[in-house]
Ligand binder design. Structure first.
Ligand code: SF4
Length: 337
């Protein structure tokens, strides 16, 4: 536990948390919506500081990040808690419940990462993932500072629901982000995630504008966010930021409070076709069909990076450009094969 950043005192020992747009007013002895920030005696504390529920060396493709050091490994860590309450959450056991934790300091985490680097040289750094990392802000920031000082990269896999000022102080430490856009629809955000779309849009624009490499995940849920015009709206907006931002259309499977059948592959393929009219790189995730996760040259269609279920299998690049037409492949960093 550690005193939280981003809060202000109110009368009668109440506090207002200003880390995320929920802006919870937290009474003494109570917690915010995320269940990890608690008012103790008029001060806000981060209960999950240093509390790790999951730690694993993952292929970066699993985040998913397909254009940032493809084929590398990242030490992925998560805690518990989330500032959304998605009825379809695929990680609800750590986002909405409090599982058992291992306590780690930032120093210990960096030492683990360095040890993995010795065994597996393609280990490039840390990914804050599994649950929502922005509600782990204090720990993530300290780890990210130490990781950067030790030559490691920092990756954030997030719902993008964080206030501008808090993100502004974090992004200089972050190299790449995968941001979840859950729907192109305020009503969906309000009713199914208990959040708002606008702050997520702002966070995507803010991160990309600050020079962070950004990829977007969109979980396609049948009947909820799978309309053609929703994907068209999302793709048009993203292409206005940059058409090379990769979009991962992810297949939904029943989880938590949601029991609708999985997304039909035909739906994912139809939406991919719509998104590809505006964006250079559109992938289908969580579906494991040949070609869904391959990177094709947007100009000539040459396969540049071929992926299996979760890892890079073949690279066909010549000094970062397509060998067929010489168009740059929009890859950040090395390809690790
Ligand atoms: S971070 Fe948690 S406590 Fe703070 S405003 Fe968001 S949900 Fe509320």
């Amino acid at each position: 536990m550690k005193e939280a950043l981003w809060w202000e005192p109110l009368e009668h020992h109440k506090v207002r948390c200003i880390l995320c747009p929920n802006a919870c007013i937290v009474l003494p002895g109570r917690r915010g919506i995320c269940q990890v920030r608690e008012n103790r005696g008029g001060q806000l504390y981060a209960l999950n500081y240093g509390q790790v529920t999951s730690i694993c060396l993952d292929p970066i493709e699993k985040k998913p990040l397909f254009h940032f050091h493809p084929g590398s490994l990242v030490l992925s860590i998560g805690t518990y808690g989330c500032n959304f309450q998605c009825a379809f959450c695929q990680n609800w056991r750590i986002s909405q419940e409090r599982p058992s934790c291992t306590e780690l300091t930032p120093e210990q985490l960096i030492n683990i990462c360095a040890a993995q680097k010795k065994r597996f040289p393609s280990t490039i750094g840390l990914a804050y993932t599994y649950n929502e990392p922005t509600v782990w802000y204090e720990f993530v920031k300290e780890c990210a500072e130490q990781a950067r000082a030790n030559g490691f990269v920092n990756l954030l896999v997030t719902n993008g629901y964080i206030e501008r000022e808090a993100l502004e102080q974090l992004v200089p430490l972050i190299d790449a982000m995968n941001i979840d856009v859950k729907a192109w629809d305020e009503q969906f955000y309000r009713s199914l995630a208990r959040g708002k779309l606008d702050p997520v849009r702002r966070a995507v624009e803010q991160a990309a504008g600050a020079g962070v490499w950004v990829e977007i995940t969109y979980l396609v849920i049948p009947g909820e966010n799978d309309k053609d015009e929703q994907i068209e709206g999302l793709a048009t907006w993203l292409s206005g930021i940059s058409p090379v931002i990769p979009l991962h259309l992810s297949r939904y499977f029943p989880a938590y409070k949601y029991d609708k059948p999985p997304t039909p592959l035909a739906t994912l393929e139809r939406l991919r076709g719509i998104a590809r009219e505006k964006l250079d790189y559109v992938y289908i995730g969580n579906a494991w069909q040949k070609g869904y996760a391959d990177t094709l040259c947007p100009q000539c269609g040459e396969p540049l990076l071929e992926r299996g279920a979760l890892e890079l299998e073949r690279a066909n690049l010549s000094q970062g450009v397509c060998p067929g037409c010489l168009r740059p492949a929009d890859i950040i960093g090395n390809v690790w094969m």
